[in-house]
Design a binder for this molecule. Structure first.
Ligand code: OSB
Ligand code: MG
Length: 371
């Protein structure tokens, strides 16, 4: 039984160790909303809204998500009694979209329930594989030299695959250089919707690099043109932005819009929806992997937990805390083994301690919604 008594929102500002640039812009500092849910017994759970600072990756962004959580979603969840955390999603059904905001509450309820059941969250979610294969996502740099240096660092750290962000100004020649320098490493590109079908010749030309996959080359809401593109190129297309629901996944698979899905917990609305999408993909023979949104330790811990489900068969974008933060807000920090693996923790719930004092120091605003 889950009955949430209060939901606390805390915004923290957290500067990145290194700026992160995608085809839609550069981020230096994250504005992250954390959620803390409490029930009658005093049990707690933590979640994170994974939206960006601007509505660029998706329509959701920090200030909008804050308002939706505080004014709309929290009141729908607080005081309602449901059988389990798996039913929290349904309480918010009347609200369209806003999946990252929903996930901030939904995932926190799963953490709370796992803690009350005295089990690690990953096991509570039905995970099987504690050893998660890790890759890294490397942003667009100021120079090719810097990119090559970064790739070397990550390969030395043991990461199993390298994803580089690409755009029409940072693609063919850059990938060529990476291949010349590092040979047949597991390499992929993510365009964050920087191309259209007019660029088909350019996209075809990337086939020569034998990329593991090409992530989201076409518009953020498209699954039709991606199907056309996939028929024209050998490189597997991986969908990110347009897959927000189990229905989206079903339709994209039916249309053959891509061969792989980057399954982001926030983008789809949390663990229940991730579980449903993982199942659809697994049954259709579509591999998934866990994407990232530059999460703090709390969102990262949730990503680790969901990555243990058996359909997550390819290395994800979930990597060590120190790649992002000088000091993470969880303890211990997330670490990756020299062979590029994160081991899901045995501790209950998200499996990491939340550093309350540090969060207090980083907090720039707070709100609390009570029954
Ligand atoms: O498209 O996967 C993406 C970060 C912010 C927004 C979108 C994306 C990303 C990443 C970074 O690729 C993944 C990570 O390291 O967290
Ligand atoms: Mg992406």
């Amino acid at each position: 039984m889950v009955k949430i008594k209060s939901i606390e929102l805390i915004e923290i500002n957290l500067p990145l160790v290194h700026f992160f640039e995608t085809s839609f812009g550069r981020t230096y500092e994250r504005r992250i909303i954390l959620t803390r849910v409490l029930d009658d017994t005093g049990a707690e759970g933590w979640g994170e809204a994974t939206c960006g600072e601007t509505p660029s990756y998706s329509e959701e962004w920090t200030d909008a998500a804050w308002a939706v959580i505080e004014k709309i979603l929290a009141p729908m969840v607080i005081g309602a009694q449901v059988e389990s955390a798996a039913d929290i999603w349904d309480l918010m059904k009347q609200v369209r979209g806003n999946r990252m905001a929903k996930a901030a509450i939904e995932t926190a309820c799963w953490d709370l329930e796992a803690k009350k059941s005295d089990v690690p969250l990953w096991r509570h979610l039905g995970g099987e594989n504690r050893e998660i294969a890790c890759g890294v996502s490397i942003g667009i740099q100021d120079s090719v030299g810097q990119l090559l240096e970064k790739i070397q660092t990550e390969l030395d750290a043991g990461y199993q695959r390298i994803k580089i962000k690409i755009s029409p100004r940072w693609d063919y020649e850059i990938i060529k250089k990476v291949r010349e320098t590092f040979g047949d490493i597991r390499l992929m590109g993510d365009a964050n919707s920087a191309y259209t079908l007019d660029d088909i010749d350019k996209l075809k030309s990337l086939d020569e690099f034998e990329l593991m996959m090409l992530e989201q080359p076409l518009p953020h809401d498209d699954i039709i043109d991606h199907a056309k593109l996939q028929r024209e190129i050998r490189t597997p297309v991986c969908l990110d932005e347009p897959i927000k629901s189990p229905e989206d996944a079903r339709k994209a698979i039916e249309l053959k819009s891509g061969k792989i899905i980057n399954l982001k917990n926030g983008r789809v609305g949390g663990h229940s929806e991730s579980k449903r999408i993982e199942k659809i993909c697994r049954e259709a023979g579509i591999p998934v992997w866990c994407g990232g949104m530059l999460e703090s330790g709390i969102g990262r811990a949730h990503n680790i937990a969901i990555s243990t489900l058996k359909g997550y068969t390819l290395p994800g974008d979930v990597s060590a805390s120190k790649r992002y933060w000088h000091e993470d807000i969880i303890e211990p920090a997330v670490e990756v083994s020299p062979n590029g693996i994160i081991i899901a923790p045995e501790k209950i719930g998200i499996g990491f301690e939340v550093k309350r004092n540090l969060i207090e120091k980083l907090a720039v605003r707070k709100a609390s919604v009570k029954f």
